[in-house]
Design a protein around this ligand. Structure first.
Ligand SMILES: Cc1cc2nc3c(=O)[nH]c(=O)nc-3n(C[C@H](O)[C@H](O)[C@H](O)COP(=O)(O)OP(=O)(O)OC[C@H]3O[C@@H](n4cnc5c(N)ncnc54)[C@H](O)[C@@H]3O)c2cc1C
Length: 303
């Protein structure tokens, strides 16, 4: 279980003490506050705090003295307009603070998103738990033969069993040595900041991650995408569900224009215009490379 009974009790206590406030409150988000959503085998995402809602985006866009809301229909229309025209700063008026528990190799991908504020659990100060990400059997896949940066068919039989055994045994052996090195029982005990260096990248770490809605959407666009590695994608998908409850208009616009939409080059757009006029366009007469054409066809045939 990702959360201990003590941690669960702390969450219940926080949730049992609501405060009256004059600040904007998003009802969809209130139900998420503090609760942990399980991700992978020991990880989670939970909302620690947030600022703003759909109305706050409109309020900022209109530089309003009041709530910024004209009517529900008007607000959704305005948010869609802002998203469509890349008028991004009103989305930056909303913020979210998450507590995330994740394997170190996922954290390495996540931390590349520089436009967020992060504070990570200190393994110089604290002792890491014996918690390692071990993939479920259906995620234990072979190297993809199509995509160098991905996985293909799931491993089977003896090979799958052997790989699982290596992952578990290596993780535990490294942790046993970590414990032995930091122990001060009959020895000086190695500093935690040094002992951690033999721990594998599937050990779990934790951080607080605060980001504005514009940059959150950018993160989700890249990491909830089918091209993202499964282990970060499942975190992004959990956050997508939270964002959909928090800012439903903005999330719907994001789904429509960014997640479900596509960016086309001038050449690709020209091909579509020619197709609409009835011309037979092929890779050879498209002006695109084979790779571009393959992706263009995939875009047209998706869904
Ligand atoms: C499928 C996939 C595969 C990837 N593969 C690799 C890989 O093989 N190797 C690798 O190293 N990385 C890889 N990455 C990471 C990728 O290159 C980006 O570093 C990561 O997605 C963060 O994106 P970002 O810089 O747009 O986000 P953020 O850092 O959040 O930045 C958001 C935006 O702010 C602006 N910005 C922020 N900081 C700066 C700056 N210093 N200068 C200029 N503009 C800035 C940019 O417009 C940027 O798009 C991969 C990412 C994905 C999604």
């Amino acid at each position: 279980m990702p959360l201990s009974p003590d941690q669960q009790a702390e969450i219940e206590e926080l949730r049992s003490n609501p405060q009256q406030t004059l600040r904007a409150v998003a009802p969809g988000m209130e139900k998420h506050l503090y609760k942990a959503i399980d991700v992978l085998d020991h990880g989670f995402v939970r909302v620690i705090d947030y600022m703003g809602d759909d109305a706050a985006i409109c309020q900022a866009a209109r530089v309003s003295y009041g709530k910024g809301t004209k009517s529900v229909q008007n607000d959704e229309g305005l948010i869609r307009y802002l998203m469509r025209h890349w008028h991004s700063t009103p989305f930056e008026m909303c913020e979210i603070k998450l507590h995330v528990k994740l394997p170190v190799f996922v954290a390495r991908q996540w931390i590349r998103h520089r436009t967020a504020n992060v504070n990570e659990y200190s393994a110089r100060y604290s002792i890491l738990d014996r918690e390692f990400y071990i993939p479920a059997p259906d995620q234990l896949a072979a190297q993809s033969v199509i995509n160098n940066q991905g996985r293909g068919e799931a491993l089977t039989g003896d090979e799958a069993a052997r790989v699982l055994e290596y992952l578990k045994a290596d993780s535990n052996r490294a942790y046993d040595h970590y414990e032995q090195m930091i122990s001060d029982d009959g020895q000086q005990g190695l500093a935690r900041e040094l002992a951690r260096m033999n721990l594998p990248a599937n050990i779990y770490t934790q951080w607080y991650w605060k980001v504005d809605l514009h940059n959150l959407f950018h993160f989700l666009r890249l990491r909830a995408d089918a091209h993202a590695q499964y282990e970060i994608r499942v975190y992004a998908e959990a956050i997508c569900a939270i964002a959909a409850d928090w800012v439903p208009f903005a999330y719907r616009a994001f789904e429509d224009y960014r997640m479900g939409g596509a960016t086309l080059s001038a050449t690709a757009l020209d091909c579509i215009r020619r197709m609409v006029k009835g011309e037979t366009v092929t890779q050879e007469n498209s002006g695109m490379s084979k790779g571009e054409w393959r992706e263009f066809e995939a875009t047209l045939n998706a869904g």
